[in-house]
Design a protein around this ligand. Structure first.
Ligand SMILES: [Zn+2]
Length: 341
Protein backbone atom coordinates (compact mmCIF):
# COMPACT_ATOMS: atom_id res chain seq x y z
CA UNK A 1 0.00 0.00 0.00
CA UNK A 2 1.38 3.40 -0.96
CA UNK A 3 1.73 6.00 1.78
CA UNK A 4 -0.81 8.82 1.74
CA UNK A 5 0.35 12.37 1.23
CA UNK A 6 0.04 14.43 4.44
CA UNK A 7 -2.89 16.56 3.20
CA UNK A 8 -4.91 13.47 2.31
CA UNK A 9 -4.05 12.03 5.71
CA UNK A 10 -5.41 15.14 7.43
CA UNK A 11 -8.56 14.93 5.32
CA UNK A 12 -8.99 11.27 6.27
CA UNK A 13 -8.52 12.12 9.92
CA UNK A 14 -11.15 14.86 9.59
CA UNK A 15 -13.53 12.32 8.00
CA UNK A 16 -12.96 10.21 11.10
CA UNK A 17 -13.93 13.27 13.20
CA UNK A 18 -10.38 14.19 14.22
CA UNK A 19 -9.47 17.80 13.46
CA UNK A 20 -6.02 19.35 13.64
CA UNK A 21 -5.74 22.66 15.51
CA UNK A 22 -2.16 24.02 15.38
CA UNK A 23 -1.66 26.35 18.35
CA UNK A 24 1.25 28.82 18.62
CA UNK A 25 4.00 28.38 21.21
CA UNK A 26 6.87 30.71 22.13
CA UNK A 27 9.30 27.81 21.66
CA UNK A 28 11.72 26.91 18.88
CA UNK A 29 9.54 23.98 17.88
CA UNK A 30 6.82 26.32 16.58
CA UNK A 31 3.17 25.35 16.72
CA UNK A 32 1.85 22.39 18.65
CA UNK A 33 -0.93 20.29 17.17
CA UNK A 34 -4.00 19.93 19.35
CA UNK A 35 -6.73 17.58 18.12
CA UNK A 36 -10.48 17.94 18.42
CA UNK A 37 -12.27 14.60 18.33
CA UNK A 38 -15.93 14.97 17.40
CA UNK A 39 -17.32 12.13 19.45
CA UNK A 40 -19.13 11.53 22.69
CA UNK A 41 -17.58 12.82 24.90
CA UNK A 42 -16.32 15.78 22.84
CA UNK A 43 -12.58 15.36 23.24
CA UNK A 44 -9.50 17.55 23.00
CA UNK A 45 -6.07 15.95 22.75
CA UNK A 46 -3.35 18.26 24.16
CA UNK A 47 -3.86 21.92 24.96
CA UNK A 48 -1.06 24.24 23.87
CA UNK A 49 1.00 26.38 26.25
CA UNK A 50 -0.45 28.46 29.08
CA UNK A 51 -0.80 31.80 27.33
CA UNK A 52 -3.53 34.20 26.29
CA UNK A 53 -2.43 33.96 22.67
CA UNK A 54 -2.67 30.17 22.69
CA UNK A 55 -6.10 30.28 24.33
CA UNK A 56 -7.26 32.86 21.81
CA UNK A 57 -6.21 30.74 18.87
CA UNK A 58 -7.63 27.58 20.40
CA UNK A 59 -10.99 29.29 20.84
CA UNK A 60 -10.92 30.43 17.23
CA UNK A 61 -9.98 26.95 16.01
CA UNK A 62 -12.80 25.39 18.05
CA UNK A 63 -15.23 27.96 16.62
CA UNK A 64 -14.35 26.81 13.08
CA UNK A 65 -15.92 23.50 14.12
CA UNK A 66 -18.87 25.18 15.80
CA UNK A 67 -17.50 24.49 19.26
CA UNK A 68 -16.44 26.48 22.32
CA UNK A 69 -14.20 25.71 25.28
CA UNK A 70 -17.33 25.20 27.39
CA UNK A 71 -18.39 22.29 25.13
CA UNK A 72 -15.31 20.20 25.87
CA UNK A 73 -16.09 17.06 27.87
CA UNK A 74 -12.77 15.25 27.91
CA UNK A 75 -9.17 16.48 27.67
CA UNK A 76 -6.51 13.90 26.90
CA UNK A 77 -2.83 14.59 27.54
CA UNK A 78 -0.13 12.83 25.50
CA UNK A 79 2.87 13.76 27.68
CA UNK A 80 4.30 16.09 30.29
CA UNK A 81 5.90 18.82 28.14
CA UNK A 82 4.66 22.35 28.68
CA UNK A 83 3.55 23.02 25.12
CA UNK A 84 1.09 20.11 25.50
CA UNK A 85 -0.21 20.67 29.05
CA UNK A 86 -0.12 24.45 29.55
CA UNK A 87 -3.81 25.26 29.17
CA UNK A 88 -5.14 22.07 30.70
CA UNK A 89 -6.25 23.59 34.00
CA UNK A 90 -7.84 26.68 32.44
CA UNK A 91 -9.75 24.53 29.93
CA UNK A 92 -10.79 21.91 32.49
CA UNK A 93 -12.10 24.55 34.87
CA UNK A 94 -13.98 26.50 32.22
CA UNK A 95 -15.56 23.42 30.64
CA UNK A 96 -15.83 21.01 33.55
CA UNK A 97 -14.21 18.45 31.24
CA UNK A 98 -12.64 15.33 32.63
CA UNK A 99 -8.87 15.08 32.24
CA UNK A 100 -7.36 11.80 31.09
CA UNK A 101 -3.65 10.98 31.19
CA UNK A 102 -1.36 8.05 31.82
CA UNK A 103 -1.68 7.00 35.47
CA UNK A 104 2.07 7.53 35.97
CA UNK A 105 1.65 11.15 34.91
CA UNK A 106 -1.24 11.95 37.27
CA UNK A 107 0.87 12.77 40.36
CA UNK A 108 3.15 14.94 38.20
CA UNK A 109 0.23 16.99 36.91
CA UNK A 110 -1.36 16.97 40.35
CA UNK A 111 1.60 18.86 41.81
CA UNK A 112 3.15 20.46 38.76
CA UNK A 113 5.19 23.16 40.55
CA UNK A 114 6.90 20.60 42.74
CA UNK A 115 7.43 18.19 39.84
CA UNK A 116 8.99 20.94 37.72
CA UNK A 117 11.24 21.92 40.63
CA UNK A 118 12.38 18.31 41.05
CA UNK A 119 12.97 18.08 37.28
CA UNK A 120 15.24 21.12 37.49
CA UNK A 121 17.16 19.71 40.44
CA UNK A 122 17.61 16.45 38.55
CA UNK A 123 18.86 18.27 35.45
CA UNK A 124 21.31 20.41 37.44
CA UNK A 125 22.85 17.35 39.12
CA UNK A 126 23.06 15.50 35.80
CA UNK A 127 24.76 18.42 34.03
CA UNK A 128 27.32 18.97 36.79
CA UNK A 129 28.09 15.26 36.95
CA UNK A 130 28.81 15.20 33.23
CA UNK A 131 31.19 18.10 33.16
CA UNK A 132 29.05 21.10 32.22
CA UNK A 133 30.55 24.20 33.87
CA UNK A 134 28.62 25.52 36.87
CA UNK A 135 27.95 28.95 35.27
CA UNK A 136 26.33 27.31 32.23
CA UNK A 137 24.25 25.07 34.50
CA UNK A 138 23.00 28.02 36.54
CA UNK A 139 22.13 30.04 33.45
CA UNK A 140 20.11 27.11 32.10
CA UNK A 141 18.33 26.65 35.37
CA UNK A 142 17.22 30.28 35.27
CA UNK A 143 15.89 29.80 31.73
CA UNK A 144 13.99 26.72 32.80
CA UNK A 145 12.44 28.53 35.77
CA UNK A 146 11.36 31.35 33.46
CA UNK A 147 9.63 28.86 31.16
CA UNK A 148 7.73 27.15 33.92
CA UNK A 149 4.75 29.48 33.73
CA UNK A 150 3.95 28.21 30.23
CA UNK A 151 3.02 24.90 31.83
CA UNK A 152 0.36 24.06 34.37
CA UNK A 153 -0.84 21.20 36.49
CA UNK A 154 -4.32 19.89 37.02
CA UNK A 155 -6.24 17.07 38.63
CA UNK A 156 -6.29 14.02 36.39
CA UNK A 157 -9.81 12.68 36.86
CA UNK A 158 -9.32 9.68 34.58
CA UNK A 159 -5.90 8.08 35.10
CA UNK A 160 -5.26 5.62 32.27
CA UNK A 161 -3.39 2.37 32.73
CA UNK A 162 -1.02 1.42 29.93
CA UNK A 163 -2.80 -1.17 27.79
CA UNK A 164 -6.27 0.06 28.74
CA UNK A 165 -8.78 1.23 26.18
CA UNK A 166 -10.29 4.69 26.23
CA UNK A 167 -13.80 4.18 24.92
CA UNK A 168 -15.64 6.98 23.16
CA UNK A 169 -19.03 6.42 21.51
CA UNK A 170 -17.64 5.95 18.00
CA UNK A 171 -14.16 4.63 18.67
CA UNK A 172 -11.88 2.83 21.07
CA UNK A 173 -8.42 4.22 21.67
CA UNK A 174 -5.80 1.83 23.01
CA UNK A 175 -3.57 3.56 25.53
CA UNK A 176 0.05 2.65 24.72
CA UNK A 177 2.98 3.86 26.82
CA UNK A 178 5.88 4.81 24.54
CA UNK A 179 8.48 6.52 26.76
CA UNK A 180 11.68 7.99 25.39
CA UNK A 181 11.02 11.53 24.21
CA UNK A 182 9.66 11.99 27.74
CA UNK A 183 8.94 9.43 30.47
CA UNK A 184 5.18 9.88 30.02
CA UNK A 185 4.79 9.64 26.23
CA UNK A 186 1.45 8.01 25.56
CA UNK A 187 0.06 7.22 22.13
CA UNK A 188 -3.59 6.49 21.41
CA UNK A 189 -4.28 3.79 18.86
CA UNK A 190 -7.49 3.52 16.90
CA UNK A 191 -6.98 0.03 15.57
CA UNK A 192 -10.15 -0.03 13.49
CA UNK A 193 -9.15 3.05 11.49
CA UNK A 194 -5.38 2.53 11.59
CA UNK A 195 -4.94 6.01 13.06
CA UNK A 196 -2.42 6.69 15.83
CA UNK A 197 -2.52 9.87 17.91
CA UNK A 198 1.20 10.00 18.51
CA UNK A 199 2.04 13.15 20.48
CA UNK A 200 5.77 13.80 20.13
CA UNK A 201 6.73 10.13 19.92
CA UNK A 202 7.26 10.35 16.18
CA UNK A 203 7.52 13.60 14.23
CA UNK A 204 8.05 13.81 10.47
CA UNK A 205 10.31 16.86 10.10
CA UNK A 206 12.42 16.70 13.29
CA UNK A 207 13.74 13.95 15.51
CA UNK A 208 11.89 13.58 18.83
CA UNK A 209 14.86 14.37 21.10
CA UNK A 210 15.00 11.71 23.79
CA UNK A 211 15.68 13.99 26.75
CA UNK A 212 17.13 12.47 29.89
CA UNK A 213 14.43 13.13 32.46
CA UNK A 214 13.69 12.36 36.06
CA UNK A 215 11.76 9.07 36.33
CA UNK A 216 8.06 9.58 37.04
CA UNK A 217 8.14 7.07 39.87
CA UNK A 218 10.74 9.05 41.77
CA UNK A 219 14.48 9.37 41.79
CA UNK A 220 15.81 6.76 44.17
CA UNK A 221 19.37 7.59 45.20
CA UNK A 222 21.91 5.27 43.65
CA UNK A 223 19.58 4.49 40.77
CA UNK A 224 21.35 4.47 37.43
CA UNK A 225 20.57 7.49 35.25
CA UNK A 226 17.54 6.91 33.00
CA UNK A 227 18.55 5.70 29.55
CA UNK A 228 16.24 7.84 27.45
CA UNK A 229 17.57 6.89 24.01
CA UNK A 230 17.61 3.15 24.69
CA UNK A 231 14.08 3.45 26.04
CA UNK A 232 13.09 5.45 22.97
CA UNK A 233 14.58 2.90 20.56
CA UNK A 234 12.54 0.14 22.26
CA UNK A 235 9.41 2.30 22.00
CA UNK A 236 10.03 2.99 18.30
CA UNK A 237 10.40 -0.73 17.63
CA UNK A 238 7.07 -1.38 19.34
CA UNK A 239 5.35 1.33 17.31
CA UNK A 240 6.89 -0.06 14.13
CA UNK A 241 4.80 -3.20 14.64
CA UNK A 242 1.49 -1.29 14.55
CA UNK A 243 -0.23 -1.35 11.15
CA UNK A 244 -0.74 2.43 11.27
CA UNK A 245 -1.82 4.19 8.10
CA UNK A 246 -1.65 7.63 9.72
CA UNK A 247 0.27 8.96 12.71
CA UNK A 248 -1.08 12.31 13.86
CA UNK A 249 1.97 14.02 15.36
CA UNK A 250 2.28 16.69 18.03
CA UNK A 251 4.17 18.97 15.65
CA UNK A 252 4.14 19.31 11.88
CA UNK A 253 2.44 17.11 9.33
CA UNK A 254 1.06 13.62 9.86
CA UNK A 255 3.43 10.69 9.39
CA UNK A 256 2.11 8.45 6.64
CA UNK A 257 4.90 5.89 6.37
CA UNK A 258 5.87 5.34 9.99
CA UNK A 259 7.98 2.24 9.27
CA UNK A 260 10.24 4.08 6.82
CA UNK A 261 10.55 7.03 9.20
CA UNK A 262 11.35 4.78 12.18
CA UNK A 263 13.98 2.94 10.13
CA UNK A 264 15.50 6.30 9.21
CA UNK A 265 15.56 7.38 12.88
CA UNK A 266 17.19 4.09 13.94
CA UNK A 267 19.82 4.35 11.19
CA UNK A 268 20.65 7.93 12.27
CA UNK A 269 21.06 6.70 15.84
CA UNK A 270 23.55 4.02 14.75
CA UNK A 271 25.52 6.50 12.64
CA UNK A 272 25.67 9.00 15.47
CA UNK A 273 26.82 6.38 17.98
CA UNK A 274 29.66 5.42 15.62
CA UNK A 275 30.62 9.08 15.27
CA UNK A 276 30.67 9.63 19.03
CA UNK A 277 32.87 6.56 19.45
CA UNK A 278 35.31 8.04 16.89
CA UNK A 279 35.26 11.42 18.65
CA UNK A 280 36.01 9.70 21.94
CA UNK A 281 39.35 8.47 20.62
CA UNK A 282 41.85 7.06 23.10
CA UNK A 283 41.56 9.54 25.96
CA UNK A 284 38.76 9.50 28.56
CA UNK A 285 36.31 12.38 28.09
CA UNK A 286 33.21 13.77 29.74
CA UNK A 287 29.90 13.77 27.90
CA UNK A 288 30.14 17.58 27.78
CA UNK A 289 33.53 17.44 26.05
CA UNK A 290 32.07 15.02 23.53
CA UNK A 291 29.08 17.30 22.95
CA UNK A 292 31.49 20.17 22.21
CA UNK A 293 33.46 18.05 19.75
CA UNK A 294 30.19 17.11 18.10
CA UNK A 295 28.38 20.47 18.06
CA UNK A 296 30.83 23.20 19.07
CA UNK A 297 29.18 26.19 20.73
CA UNK A 298 25.69 24.67 20.45
CA UNK A 299 26.83 22.36 23.26
CA UNK A 300 26.87 25.47 25.45
CA UNK A 301 23.68 27.23 24.33
CA UNK A 302 21.74 23.94 24.14
CA UNK A 303 23.69 22.21 26.87
CA UNK A 304 20.95 19.96 28.22
CA UNK A 305 19.67 18.86 24.83
CA UNK A 306 23.12 18.02 23.47
CA UNK A 307 24.09 16.33 26.75
CA UNK A 308 20.99 14.14 26.47
CA UNK A 309 21.97 13.24 22.91
CA UNK A 310 25.52 12.31 23.81
CA UNK A 311 24.54 10.37 26.94
CA UNK A 312 21.87 8.49 25.00
CA UNK A 313 24.37 7.29 22.43
CA UNK A 314 26.99 6.51 25.08
CA UNK A 315 24.34 4.34 26.80
CA UNK A 316 23.91 2.41 23.55
CA UNK A 317 27.67 1.98 23.17
CA UNK A 318 28.00 0.92 26.80
CA UNK A 319 25.28 -1.68 26.37
CA UNK A 320 27.28 -3.08 23.44
CA UNK A 321 30.41 -3.21 25.59
CA UNK A 322 32.24 -0.61 23.48
CA UNK A 323 32.42 2.17 26.06
CA UNK A 324 32.78 2.24 29.82
CA UNK A 325 32.40 5.02 32.34
CA UNK A 326 34.21 5.87 35.53
CA UNK A 327 33.37 8.46 38.14
CA UNK A 328 36.02 10.44 39.93
CA UNK A 329 35.33 13.31 42.34
CA UNK A 330 31.74 13.46 41.17
CA UNK A 331 32.58 13.77 37.46
CA UNK A 332 31.92 10.93 35.03
CA UNK A 333 34.35 10.21 32.18
CA UNK A 334 33.82 7.79 29.35
CA UNK A 335 36.45 5.76 27.62
CA UNK A 336 36.46 3.43 24.66
CA UNK A 337 36.90 -0.18 25.68
CA UNK A 338 40.28 -1.41 24.42
CA UNK A 339 41.88 2.05 24.39
CA UNK A 340 45.10 2.24 26.36
CA UNK A 341 44.63 5.15 28.72
ZN1 LIG B 1 7.38 16.96 23.83
Amino acid sequence: MDALDPQTALAEAADAGIHCMPIPTPFLVGRVNCWLIEDDPLTLVDTGPNSGKALDELERALAVHGRAVEDLELIVITHQHIDHIGLVDVLARRSGAEVAALDLLAPYLGDYRRAAELDDEFAVALMLRHGIPAEVVHALRAVSAAFRGWGSGTTVTRPLAAGARLALRDRGLDVLHRPGHSPSDTVFWDERRGILLGGDHLIAHISSNPLVARPLDGDAPGQRRPQALRTYVASLRATRELPAGIVLAGHGEPVTDHRALIDERLATTDRRAAKILRLLGDEPATAYELAQRMWGNVAVTQAFLTLSEVLGHLDLLEAEGRVEEREQDGIVRFRAVGSHS
